[in-house]
Design a protein around this ligand. Structure first.
Ligand code: ACO
Length: 311
């Protein structure tokens, strides 16, 4: 019995064999990966902005250097991911053009403002915590270059998460005002963080196929549940209250029941109408334009070197 090319491909996926750039793959697999990896890369780049906002206002030199290093890590993650997408034939110029025109998606979470220092704690603790939960399984995603990029990203992401938790812990052990600041941050970040995992499985057009291709290893709802189960004890340890009146331990499922996400808010942010969407895109476009001279200089330098080597 002869297997079709597509059946052979699925057999390799089912046997957990990594797909590499030069291997045959269905067009739809390539397209899905370019979509997910480029959205992921854009999220890393835009993700620098909410925290970049606090670099000049960090409360100590130590906090400032940690935050600076973390924001630089995010830029690095974006670059590995664009490179991974390029191995599939995507053009970096095109991906960036799509980000700048507002055509491409990036994570909804980065369209929320960072109003207090506690937000640096919340972004590290909650947002990076959610990112790790989502990305550790991606170290086993079926496409080789994406999986390998995730290994390093996850190591750095764990450091980011610890530093966020440590900011929260310091605030929670501080003055009543500091503790209140931590609680207020949690109140604003909790629900948007739950939205990071994407729509409910029943409303997610891409999950079933991506699970079949082992691009995704867990569904959106599975990861959201894991996140709640992981975070509630941490919030209790900090002495903070998770802002969900429906949160309740469910002995039978050995996990928490929790309230429904405001999906209208989620889609509104994804469509570009969140609190900071316009500001974020504008900042990226401006950074790109202001970096034009660097790209021109690098090209001119490469050209000169080529000419020198030719003689
Ligand atoms: N913000 C913005 N858009 C989202 C979000 C979100 N939180 N969640 C889902 N979407 C979009 C999807 O991109 C998809 O849009 P598209 O079909 O136009 O491309 C649509 O909503 C429907 O969602 P799904 O069918 O569930 O899409 P998918 O299977 O791609 O799952 C998910 C979404 C879970 C985000 C997946 O793409 C993923 O795991 N990506 C890698 C991780 C990542 O990008 N993390 C970014 C934030 S973490 C960080 O950067 C620090």
């Amino acid at each position: 019995l002869e297997l079709t090319q597509e059946e052979q491909f699925q057999a390799r996926i089912d046997a957990d064999v990594r797909i590499e750039p030069k291997d045959w793959m269905p067009d739809a697999y390539r397209k899905t990966l370019i979509r997910q990896i480029s959205q992921h890369a854009h999220s890393e780049l835009v993700g620098m902005l909410p925290e970049g906002n606090w670099i000049t206002r960090a409360p100590s030199l130590k906090r400032k250097s940690i935050l600076l290093a973390k924001v630089q890590d995010e830029a690095g993650h974006g670059l590995y991911l664009y490179s991974a997408a390029e191995t599939l034939g995507a053009s970096r110029d095109q991906m960036l053009a799509d980000l700048h025109s507002g055509k491409a998606k990036y994570s909804s979470i980065f369209n929320y403002p960072t109003l207090s220092w506690a937000d640096m704690g919340c972004v590290g603790w909650l947002v990076d915590g959610a990112a790790i939960l989502n990305q550790v399984p991606l170290c086993r995603t079926s496409y080789g270059p994406y999986a390998r990029a995730m290994v390093r990203v996850c190591k750095e992401e764990s450091f980011h998460q610890r530093q966020g938790f440590e900011i929260m812990q310091t605030l929670c052990e501080g003055s009543p005002e500091q503790k209140a600041m931590a609680q207020e941050g949690l109140n604003r970040w909790w629900w948007p963080t739950l939205m990071m995992f994407g729509p409910k499985d029943s409303e997610s057009p891409n999950t079933a196929q991506s699970m079949n291709w082992r691009i995704k290893r867990f569904t959106n709802d599975e990861l959201r549940q894991k996140f709640v189960d992981m975070m509630v004890p941490q919030a209790e340890f900090l002495g903070l209250t998770v802002p969900d009146p429906n949160l309740k331990w469910n002995e039978a499922k050995q996990g928490y029941d929790f309230g429904d996400v405001d999906w209208e808010e989620f889609w509104n942010v994804v469509k570009g109408n969140g609190m900071c969407n316009k500001e974020r895109l504008q900042a990226r476009v401006q950074a790109h334009e202001e970096g034009a001279w660097v790209r021109e200089a690098a090209l001119a330098h490469a050209e000169k070197r080529k000419q020198r080597e030719a003689v």
